[in-house]
Design a protein. Sequence first.
Lengths: 166, 187
Amino acid sequence: MMKSQQEETDFEVRSLDTMCLNESNLNHPWWYNFKYLAVGIVFGIVFVKAEIISWFRIQEMFRLQSFHMYGVIGTAVVVGAISVFLIKKLKIKTIHGEAITFSDKKFNKGQIYGGLIFGLGWAVTGACPGPLFAQLGTGVLAIAVVILSSIAGTWAYGKYRDKLPH
Amino acid sequence: MIETITQPWPWYTAGIIIGLIVPTLLFLGNKHFGISSNLRHICAACLPSNIPFFNYDWKKESWNLFFIVGIFIGGIISAKFLGSEAAIVIHPDLALDLANYGITDFSGMVPKQLFSIEDLFTLRGLIMMVGGGFLVGFGTRWAGGCTSGHAIMGLSNLQWPSLVATISFMVGGFLMANLILPFILSL
């Protein structure tokens, strides 16, 4: 009884967020996660090589001085959308034979308020959460402070989330 | 071949590869592309302190932490072996404007004259690094995702709330870059 309640709370907390609700029933050893590390490495290299993690490119984007970032995000969305469409249409399964599932995002006011706040931070730091880790990888030590501060920001949100409009 | 790799990559190459990460993660294990959740997993793992929002089994999401460690390693590899130290070519108007605030070094991915440990002890540096990071962490979690979770994964799955979030990101960014940042840079 206690356990199922715990699981329910878990699901509820997760469903309010963008976290995966699609838990696997397969029990893989932990090192299976290295495949995601490999994908991350490719992503990190693209981040640097295409200057997506460049503070200057982000400034150009928000000053409408360059098409670069719009091209990157736009192309990624088109490729992603076609892929998701095909996966749904052809009912493609994972490499372990599990069904691929999608969940709808529910609207809440946080997407506006939080979105605006993130936008403000994005233009200051020139990075969203992913690029921060790649910037640190390129050797800019001060970015560790930005990352720690972003963790603190997330923690503060968790602490005061009941008092915020959603 | 090597030269092609060491040159900066065009937007379409990057866009296609990033777009393909969406189906790759789905194929590999039904994982949805998203990064900012990691900040929450780190809170849940290190400092949950009885906050319901952080009391969940973060280990179930550990794939996501492997993913960002990969991004970090990717950053190291490209900086060390794939030649990214040349100054990037930026729009002349931006270069002129930044020079007004004493930013003249365009080498590397982030301006060394803004993001350094010494700058932490200036008001400008403190606002940009500590303040900026805080806004990123607080805002992404309130919005329920960042550029990857909403703008790329959410829009790929045709979710209209993700479009609302993406538009809000952009509005916030335009306000900051054009109206507020000039003031911060002049500090």
